[in-house]
Design a protein around this ligand. Structure first.
Ligand code: DC
Length: 229
């Protein structure tokens, strides 16, 4: 059966990656976490003092893109792809609140997006891919055969993110997480270049009161229908 492209977009912490990973595993597709790419660029800028005391110079960030090599490697125990920045797996480092605080302004820069989007399209050129993010269905893969737009109640999303970070040993207050989510949602939906918005042909999935299994069943059914067509 021919392979399709699946784009999953939505607000911060509404479970996009859980569903995207599960779907990719079930279909035997590649999974790409596009947010991890913007997070890795942000981490590089923090580590190299390009972001200092919350301030950065746009040209310096753009210049740094020439020194950033991003790829994904599959973790043999989970079978899920993880982000590698200049040869180092940074999957854990990019999840902290320091990166989360600056990733939206960094990802809003046109020059950063241009390079990252080119790479994302390269990853998806043979289809058979599930990519999650903010502009996948609207900009990266506008012809994707299946587009899902995910959302959930903000309090539920904050609780989920708190649990996820706690399980990874990262201790952040619930209030800090809620503030960060709400700020990122605002920034991501209001930026000039490719803001987060639901593609006209995307299927809306509000998972506020849905189990992960129910969500997976829902998207898997859609994926099978789209593959058959
Ligand atoms: O999915 P995430 O929370 O890891 O994404 C981190 C940030 O990266 C998010 O706040 C906005 C940005 N992003 C983007 O601009 N476009 C994407 N396709 C994915 C993420």
């Amino acid at each position: 059966m021919p392979k399709i492209t699946i784009a999953i977009d939505g607000y911060s912490s509404c479970g996009k990656s859980t569903i995207a990973k599960g779907l990719a595993l079930k279909l035997g597709y590649i999974y790409i976490d596009s947010g991890a790419m913007y997070r890795a660029v942000t981490l590089y800028c923090i580590q190299n003092n390009i972001i200092k005391n919350g301030i950065f110079n746009e040209q310096q960030v753009l210049d740094s893109m020439n020194h950033i090599h991003l790829e994904f490697s599959v973790n043999p125990s989970t079978h899920v792809s993880e982000i590698v920045l200049n040869g180092k797996n940074v999957e854990k480092e990019i999840r902290g609140l320091q990166v989360a605080d600056y990733v939206s302004p960094i990802s809003a820069l046109k020059g950063v997006r241009g390079k990252i989007v080119t790479l994302q399209r390269e990853f998806g050129k043979n289809k058979g891919i599930v990519m999650d993010g903010r502009d996948i269905g609207t900009n990266v893969f506008p012809d994707a055969e299946l587009k899902i737009f995910m959302t959930a109640d903000e309090t539920i999303r904050s609780q989920r993110r708190w649990k996820e970070l706690s399980e990874k040993g990262l201790h952040v207050s619930a209030e800090e997480i809620r503030k960060n989510l709400s700020q990122r949602d605002y920034d991501d939906t209001h930026r000039q270049h490719n803001p987060l918005t639901q593609a006209k042909d995307a299927v809306l999935l509000d998972n506020s009161s849905m189990s992960i299994n129910d969500q997976l069943d829902f998207v898997l059914k859609l994926a099978k229908e789209r593959k058959a067509n």
